[in-house]
Design a protein around this ligand. Structure first.
Ligand code: BGC
Length: 563
C-alpha cells in the first residue's frame, strides 16, 4: 500500500456546543477549542474533527445547515476558524470539518425558494413528490421517527426528509446542485482544513420508484433502508464528488457509511477509494443496557470482538476503517459495555486498548479520555434532541408507560454523550461560567480533566495509549502491519498480533472481571503498555500468561517463537 500522510492520524472528535464556552453564553465555541488545544496536544492526538459549526437554526444541533458559507455566530467567526487551523497546525494537529450534504436546513434559502415554487430551479434542488391530499407519496419512516415526508402547505406536494422535518433531503440527481456543493466544499478546503468527516453520505441516492412497503410497526410505516442507503448507482456521485473536490487537495475524508456490501469495500476505502476511511457501525447497536445483551456484557464484548476482527481481516493491507467506541450519536462506552458496578480504573482503561492498535484510524470522542458517562434524567423535558423525542413517542405508541419510555430513553438517548465537557470541579465543570445549554453531569465534581492530570489516572493512561500508537519505533507496525487474531476461542480475551517487517506486537485484553490464562504461549520481549503496575518481572521464555481482571497488556514478542 502506498503510504499517505493521513495514515498515521490519531483523531479526537469535538462536539463544539459542549466542548468549551469562551464568551459566557453557555454554548461552546471555536475560541474555546483554541483555548484547549494545549490539552489536546498533551493527550497526544494529531487530528481534530469538529462537528458542524456552520450557520444553523440548530434543530439538529448543526446538522441542519442554513448557510454553507458561514460560521454560526454562536460558534464564532471565520477568522476564529482560521486561527484554530493555524494554532492547531503549530501543534502538529490537522483540523477536519463536518460536511453535511445529504440535506440542508428547511431554513436554507434554497429550500425557502423551493417552498414558494416547487417546480422552479430550487424545487429541483430537493426531493418533492406528489402525495394524495393527506396521504404522503409512500410510507417510508424517517430515520428519526415519523413519516419521511412532510406536506407543503395544503398542496399535494410533499418533501422528503430522511432525518428531522427541518432537514429536507437534497436531490443529488440534479447536476446544477452537485456543482454548487462542489464549489462550496472547495472553498472550505482552500481555507487550509485537512479534510472532512462526511455526514450521512450513504443516503444521497434514493431508489426513485418510491414503493409503499408493508408496515413494520404500529405507526403503519416502514424503515425502507434498502431504498435509501448505499443504493446501486451511488458510486457515480461518489466518484464525481471525489474527483471534483477531495482529490484536488489530497485531503483526508472520513465518511459515515454503515453496512458497505463486501464487494464494494475496495471501491469505498481501498487504495483509490471514494473516501480515505469510513466509520461503520458494527458495534454501535450493542449495549448491555438494552435488549438481548442485558446481563450478558461478556458475551456482548466477545460478539463485538468477532465482528470487529472480521472487518479487520476484510480490509487487511487494502484500506482503513476508522476505529472508535464513542461519538455524539451513541451513549458513552462505559455505560454501553460495562455494568455500573464494574466500572473502575482497570475496566475503563482496558477499553481504549481494544481498538487503538487495530489497523485503521483511531478516534477518541471528547470526554472519553476521562471516562465520562451519561446520567438518567427525571423527565423527558430535560432532553433537547428531536430524535430523542420522536423515539419517546414511538415507545409510547408501542404501548410502554411514560415511565418505561423514559427509562428506555435514559438507556439509549444519544444526548447522553452530549453533556458539557467536564474540565474541572468548578461550577458548570469549567465548561462555562453561566448555566450551559444542556445540564452538566453532576459527577463532574469527581470526574474531570483537572483531577485527572495526575499520573495513574484514566486520562494519563489514554496519553500512554496514544503515545504508543504514535511511537516511531512501532508506528509502522500499527499502521501497516498484518493482523492475526489470538485467543479468539476463549470468549474472555480480546487478543491479536500485528506484524511488520519482522516486528511482532501482541495485544491481549482480558475483558472480564476474573483472572484468565491465555491458551497460547507467548514470548514477552518487552512490555509496551500495561494497565497494572507490574509487580513481578515479565515472564521469561515462552509461556502462557495469567491476565488479571481487566488487564490490558501490549508487548513486543519474538515472532520466531510464536505459534
Ligand atoms: C449525524 C447525526 C445527525 C444526522 C443527520 C448523523 O449521521 O452524526 O448527529 O443527526 O446525521 O444529519
Amino acid at each position: 500500500m502506498k503510504e499517505k500522510w493521513w495514515h498515521s492520524l490519531v483523531g479526537y472528535q469535538i462536539y463544539p456546543k459542549s466542548f468549551q464556552d469562551s464568551n459566557s453564553d453557555g454554548i461552546g465555541d471555536l475560541p474555546g477549542i483554541i483555548r484547549r488545544l494545549e490539552d489536546l496536544e498533551q493527550l497526544g492526538i494529531n487530528m481534530i474533527w469538529i462537528c458542524p459549526v456552520y450557520q444553523s437554526p440548530m434543530m439538529d444541533h448543526g446538522y441542519d445547515i442554513s448557510d454553507y458559507t458561514k460560521i454560526d455566530p454562536m460558534f464564532g467567526t471565520k477568522e476564529d476558524l482560521k486561527q484554530l487551523i493555524s494554532e492547531a497546525k503549530k501543534r502538529g494537529i490537522t483540523v477536519i470539518m463536518d460536511l453535511v450534504i445529504n440535506h440542508t436546513s428547511s431554513l436554507h434559502p434554497w429550500f425557502q425558494e423551493a417552498l414558494k415554487n416547487p417546480e422552479g430551479k430550487y424545487g429541483k434542488y430537493y426531493i418533492i413528490r406528489k402525495g394524495d391530499g393527506e396521504i404522503p407519496p409512500n410510507n417510508w419512516r424517517s430515520l428519526f421517527g415519523g413519516s419521511a415526508w412532510e406536506r407543503i402547505g395544503d398542496s399535494d406536494n410533499y418533501y422528503l426528509h430522511l432525518f428531522t422535518v427541518g432537514q429536507p433531503d437534497l436531490n443529488w440527481e440534479n447536476e446544477e446542485l452537485r456543482k454548487e456543493l462542489y464549489r462550496m466544499i472547495n472553498d472550505w478546503l482552500e481555507l487550509g482544513i485537512g479534510g472532512f468527516r462526511i455526514d450521512a453520505i450513504a443516503h444521497i441516492k434514493k431508489d426513485l420508484s418510491y414503493r409503499n412497503l408493508p408496515p413494520d410497526g404500529p405507526d403503519g410505516l416502514h424503515a425502507g433502508m434498502q431504498w435509501f442507503r448505499n443504493v446501486e448507482g451511488i458510486e457515480t456521485y461518489l466518484r464525481e464528488l471525489k474527483e471534483n473536490t477531495f482529490d484536488r487537495y489530497d485531503c483526508f475524508t472520513l465518511a459515515e457509511v454503515d453496512d458497505i456490501p463486501e464487494e464494494r469495500l475496495n471501491a469505498y476505502i481501498g487504495e483509490n477509494g471514494y473516501y480515505s476511511s469510513v466509520f461503520d457501525f458494527c458495534h454501535c447497536f450493542h449495549s448491555q443496557l438494552d435488549g438481548k445483551w442485558k446481563g450478558h456484557w461478556k458475551e456482548m464484548l466477545a460478539d463485538i470482538r468477532d465482528r470487529v476482527f472480521e472487518r479487520q481481516k476484510k480490509m487487511e493491507g487494502k484500506g482503513f476503517f476508522c476505529n472508535y467506541q464513542e461519538n455524539h450519536d451513541i451513549i458513552r462506552v462505559p455505560d454501553r459495555f460495562l455494568p455500573k458496578e464494574k466500572q473502575n480504573f482497570h475496566s475503563l482503561s482496558m477499553l481504549p486498548v481494544l481498538y487503538f492498535f487495530l489497523a485503521g484510524i483511531p478516534m477518541i470522542y471528547q470526554g472519553q479520555e476521562i471516562g465520562m458517562t451519561g446520567y438518567p434524567r427525571e423527565k423527558i423535558g430535560d432532553y433537547e434532541d428531536l430524535a430523542t423525542y420522536n423515539n419517546y413517542q414511538e415507545y409510547l405508541l408501542e404501548g410502554m408507560t411514560p415511565e418505561e419510555a423514559l427509562e428506555k430513553i435514559n438507556a439509549t438517548s444519544r444526548e447522553n454523550a452530549r453533556t458539557p465537557m467536564q474540565w474541572s470541579s468548578e461550577a458548570y465543570a469549567g465548561f462555562s461560567d453561566v448555566k450551559p445549554w444542556f445540564d452538566v453531569n453532576p459527577d463532574y465534581v469527581t470526574c474531570n480533566v483537572e483531577e485527572q492530570r495526575r499520573p495513574g489516572s484514566l486520562r494519563d493512561f489514554f496519553r500512554k495509549v496514544t503515545a504508543l500508537r504514535r511511537d516511531s519505533a512501532y508506528e509502522k507496525t500499527w499502521v501497516y502491519g498484518s493482523f492475526l487474531p489470538q485467543e479468539q476461542e476463549t470468549g474472555q480475551i480480546w487478543g491479536f498480533q500485528r506484524s511488520y517487517k519482522g516486528q511482532e506486537l501482541i495485544v491481549l485484553v482480558n475483558f472480564t472481571d476474573q483472572p484468565v490464562r491465555t491458551v497460547q504461549a507467548y514470548l514477552i520481549r518487552k512490555v509496551l503498555l500495561d494497565n497494572y503496575e507490574r509487580t513481578e518481572k515479565p515472564e521469561q521464555g515462552r509461556n502462557t500468561i495469567m491476565l488479571r481482571p481487566w488487564q490490558a497488556l501490549v508487548f513486543e514478542s519474538d515472532g520466531s517463537d510464536l505459534i
